[in-house]
Design a protein around this ligand. Structure first.
Ligand SMILES: [Zn+2]
Ligand SMILES: [Zn+2]
Length: 282
């Protein structure tokens, strides 16, 4: 893995073919710095944006991109630091750029995302023959395919040379004990090499479940400082085996992370994922 801090922009959404993750932000929902935990995967001619929070459109603009430059989206769950920028994506797409972005989404989550979050600001902008706009008026929808035998209801899709698998996680409500009884949220396995936890509570077998099937090289894992609530704490993650911690880059963290850098290293984690950086995997 090679880390390249952002130097020049506009950034390119293509590269020479290596798998690359760009950290548009890596902060928690309450961080005042760091942006929100939204990444862009880039590989060859392909890109995929992982989540699009309230701050994402302005973060994109600050590196020379408009939301309409992003073609492909994957949304992990419905908190505002992950979906708050989507209304701008939809309305700018329909009314400014005249194009529909592609969203890779499970049918079950499509209903939740539209009915519980996006419909209010989008549907009633037009009425045709007595009917308001629908999700598919703003998005080109692709449903991932079920991956039989894989843990956590995993589903898979390809974009060009890139393979993406999504799997269910246990993020919220706080009281949910297992992913099966939690609200919809997913983590992402990228090219069967990189595990991106998305937002999740501490889940002791999450990495082990996928290590059993794949050679997971690096793990981007959600964390918070202090145990409780809906994220995995540093202390909880420290209970994982050394072979897991050493592959782990911590993300979705609060302000003040610099004071914990030494602790993170002494606990055996690789590092904090850094905002505005490319992580290249050759
Ligand atoms: Zn979040
Ligand atoms: Zn969340």
């Amino acid at each position: 893995m090679r880390v390249r801090p952002l130097k020049n922009y506009p950034i390119s959404l293509t590269n020479r073919g290596q798998l690359s993750l760009f950290t548009l932000g890596c902060g928690s929902a309450f961080a005042r710095t760091l942006g929100q935990n939204n990444f862009i995967i880039i590989k060859g001619q392909t890109h995929l944006m992982l989540d699009c929070g309230t701050k994402a459109p302005s973060r994109l603009r600050s590196i020379g991109l408009e939301v309409t430059d992003v073609r492909n989206f994957l949304i992990t769950h419905s908190h505002a630091d992950h979906i708050g920028g989507l209304e701008e994506v939809m309305l700018t797409g329909r009314y400014v750029a005249g194009k529909k972005p592609v969203v890779y989404i499970d049918p079950k989550y499509r209903r939740i995302l539209w009915n519980d979050s996006l419909k209010g600001g989008a549907a009633t902008n037009e009425r045709h023959r007595g009917k308001y706009l629908r999700f598919e008026d703003f998005w080109q929808v692709v449903y991932p395919s079920a991956e039989n035998g894989l843990p956590r209801d995993a589903k898979s899709f390809d974009i060009g040379e890139l393979n993406v698998k999504v799997f269910r996680t246990n993020h919220f409500p706080e009281q949910a004990q297992r992913w099966e009884t939690a609200a919809y949220s997913v983590g992402v396995l990228i090219d069967d090499r990189i595990l991106f936890s998305g937002d999740t509570k501490f889940d002791a077998s999450l990495v082990a479940d996928f290590d059993e099937y794949y050679d997971i090289e690096w793990i981007f894992h959600d964390t918070q400082f202090g145990t409780g609530g809906v994220h995995a704490s540093l202390e909880e993650l420290a209970s994982l085996p050394e072979s897991v911690r050493s592959r782990m880059l911590l993300m979705h963290y609060p302000d003040g992370w610099q004071e914990r850098l030494e602790k993170v290293r002494s606990l055996g984690f690789h590092d904090f994922a850094r905002e505005w950086s490319f992580y290249d995997f050759d």
